[in-house]
Design a protein around this ligand. Structure first.
Ligand SMILES: Nc1nc2c(ncn2[C@@H]2O[C@H](COP(=O)(O)OP(=O)(O)OP(=O)(O)O)[C@@H](O)[C@H]2O)c(=O)[nH]1
Ligand SMILES: [Mg+2]
Length: 416
């Protein structure tokens, strides 16, 4: 276990929705989620950021002493550091110094399972590291392994500048070809796809637990940040026998670095292509309101804030009953549930059906009986309200996702 010292900056006069202590406690959770032992947490108050040491030199020397006395292995800063700051800090502190983004990337590297996920993480790691490597390659290798030095699959990250360049070119090429394959697969899937609801939300809000409870699947859940990295999709049959899909997705975080979102577009793709977003909020968390905002910030970056969103308040088993009503009012029109105790799933399903009506329309379709495959497809994707055989044709009244109908209307040779 690496022994960590955490540093959070408190900029005077800068009002943010998260207090320094709250930011610090989230950093501690991130570090612990990554297997570090948090030994010390410092909050440093300053007027402005120093380009040389980020914080004051006196403070850096203090940190160096704490590190020496406490056998600290790594100092983690809660803000992005420049290469110069990082190098200057390491020169004085004499232990490895990393920042919040590197910590998050390290977590992602250890959680990545899919081939594409691994390439995305390593690429993001190297792109982040490259401009920060001023003489640091030697230092990092001298200071050994651990957080900030490992890529996906526990392999050591490349630290040689020249080799990094080659590696980046290769990873980009691999990613491109994978992305082409993915686009083809998605096209095939989209042609006959079922309606998809993506479960999104802040990390640790209970997304995987909800997917498991609804669909009886066994996605790994744990009380730590970023348990899920690769998306899982499972089918679900509504009370009217219509089949839909639920997608579990990677969790969001406050101030998720922009380029990190960029490199995770593929992982977030299920959210991007979903018909409806189910936004899960851990209502028992004191920062629930701010977390909701952080999620909307990411949705904006992904350019999907216009999608229909069902807000769901999770973990109501952890709060008082009278509070549930207050929160439901506060979070406009939200559905309160407990994923773990399967509380109020009826309410959730009712709401989903209500929303489906917004993205579903009733279509009247006549087509030849010989198109049996298409007919069964319409049964799968929609809800058949009426079906009549007329000579060689079938007349169907079927509720279909608008997006589905738009995609397949050419294929199904509709006879009006
Ligand atoms: N008390 C309570 N705990 C819950 C509930 N739902 C989930 N949890 C717990 O919350 C923790 C996180 O659950 P996950 O399902 O892994 O959360 P997630 O949103 O998938 O998290 P990431 O994949 O890390 O983003 C686990 O310890 C769950 O047991 C709930 O309704 N009530
Ligand atoms: Mg999860």
């Amino acid at each position: 276990m690496e022994r960590a010292l955490l540093v959070t900056l408190n900029l005077k006069d800068k009002k943010t929705p998260w207090k320094p202590e709250e930011k610090a406690s989230e950093l501690a959770e991130l570090a612990a989620s990554n297997g570090a032992a948090v030994e010390e947490e410092l909050i440093v108050t300053r007027d402005k950021i120093s380009p040389v040491y980020f914080i004051g030199k006196g403070k850096v020397q203090e940190i160096a002493e704490i590190c020496a006395q406490g056998n600290i292995d790594v100092v983690i800063f809660n803000n992005d550091l420049t290469g110069t700051q990082q190098k200057n800090l390491e020169d004085i502190i004499a232990v490895k110094v990393i920042d919040r983004t590197q910590l998050i990337l390290d977590i992602f590297a250890r959680r990545a399972r899919s081939n594409e996920g691994k390439i995305q993480v390593e690429l993001a790691q190297l792109l982040y590291l490259l401009p920060r490597l001023t003489g640091k390659g030697i230092l990092l290798s001298r200071l050994g392994g651990g957080i900030g030095t490992r890529g996906p699959g526990e392999q050591k990250l490349e630290l040689d500048r020249r080799k990094i360049g080659e590696r980046i070119t290769k990873l980009k090429r691999d990613l491109e070809s994978l992305s082409l394959q993915r686009a083809t697969r998605r096209k095939q899937r989209a042609k006959f796809s079922l309606l998809t609801i993506a479960i999104i939300g802040y990390t640790n809000s209970g997304k995987s637990t909800l997917l498991n409870a609804l669909t009886g699947s066994e996605v790994y859940t744990r009380d730590r940040l970023f348990s899920t990295l690769d998306p899982t999709i499972r089918s679900y049959v509504l009370p009217n026998n219509q089949k839909i899909l639920f997608a579990d997705t990677v969790g969001f975080l406050n101030e998720l670095p922009h380029h990190l979102i960029e490199s995770f577009k593929a992982t977030l793709e299920e959210a991007v292509h979903a018909d409806i977003l189910l936004h899960l909020i851990d209502i028992s968390h004191p920062k629930a309101k701010e977390m909701e905002k952080a999620v909307y910030d990411v949705l904006k970056e992904l350019e999907i804030s216009e999608k229909p969103v069902i807000t769901v308040l999770n973990k109501i088993d952890k709060i008082e009953n009278n509070e549930i009503e207050r929160f439901a009012r506060e979070f406009y029109n939200a559905v309160p549930i407990s994923a773990i105790e399967k509380k109020n799933f009826e309410g959730l399903i009712d709401r989903i059906v209500l929303y489906l009506n917004k993205v579903i329309k009733l279509y009247k379709i006549t087509l030849p009986q010989s198109q049996a495959r298409v007919i069964s497809m319409l049964h799968e994707a929609g809800h058949v309200v009426k079906k009549e055989y007329r000579e060689k044709d079938v007349y169907l009244e079927v509720e279909l996702p608008i997006s589905f109908y738009e995609k397949v209307k050419k294929e199904i040779r509709v006879i009006k």
